[in-house]
Design a protein around this ligand. Sequence first.
Ligand SMILES: C[S@@+](CC[C@H](N)C(=O)[O-])C[C@H]1O[C@@H](n2cnc3c(N)ncnc32)[C@H](O)[C@@H]1O
Length: 288
Amino acid sequence: MSDPHPLAGSLACPACRGDVDLAAGAATCTRCAKAYPVVHGVPWMVEGHLGAEDDHFETVSLDVIHYINHHKDPWRLFTRGVEEDALAHILAGLDGSRRVLDLGGGPGFYADRLRQAGKEMVVCDLAKHFVMKGSLLFPQQSYAMGDATTLPFRDASFDGVVCFRSMIYVKDLPKALKEIHRVLRPGGRLCFMDRNRWSPLHWWKYRTGQYNSTIGEFPFYFTQPDLGRKLEAAGFPDTRWTGDHVCFPLLFPIPSLMKPGLRLKASQALARLLPRFSFYLVAHARKP
Ligand SMILES: C[S@@+](CC[C@H](N)C(=O)[O-])C[C@H]1O[C@@H](n2cnc3c(N)ncnc32)[C@H](O)[C@@H]1O
């Protein structure tokens, strides 16, 4: 007999929230009988074709893959320090969580690092080429194609959820936050890390329309008060805030050349000094 699918018992139908049966290698809703394809072991839990939107994410995502994969790229010298510090922030936010969902995790590079730190990881992303590529690169973690606003998981399936640089692309953030709340168990942790509109660099880019010009409907940046209100409305009453300053180029031109401990300390000190102006906003929330 073959082993059960690692997501058996945790999937829910994005259309009606019925339990999904994965037993026969296909994902079929036990309530509305809707069937979702399971491609090379990855359930594609989205309704219909995503069309242009999916194509858009594939383009955006290829850039991400490019910089993650090209270790010799000079940009890498800059980003490596940022990635290490992001992981430190995320791990601190997941305190005690065992089973963790990386939502909008792309191909799952960060999930893999968290898995190495002892977490049981599930990656959910809307871009199918990301989840497919990731499932080949990192077979030790589970993948599902799914939308943050209609998560294909049962209630209370996770001890922790990570959203790193992904929610800026979600048009209906309040809906996604409610979904995150639903799939977390009581006491579960959310670590949310994304671009801060009030960081000087982002503020300037925002003002000059550098990101928003291409896809204007997406929020693309967050501010602490606005995100705080949305988290509270979704059922996360007390969020702990911190920030990541490290990649603000004028302060740390090449973060990778600094010792990691020193870099993180410097970033944390700056976050205390200038809590609202960090490059990334980091929110650590807990479902009561
Ligand atoms: C910039 S990438 C970040 C990937 C990864 N978290 C990282 O930091 O390397 C943004 C990711 O969010 C995903 N995404 C965007 N909208 C989404 C949605 N509604 N539901 C799930 N994933 C989404 C995209 O497909 C993409 O992989």
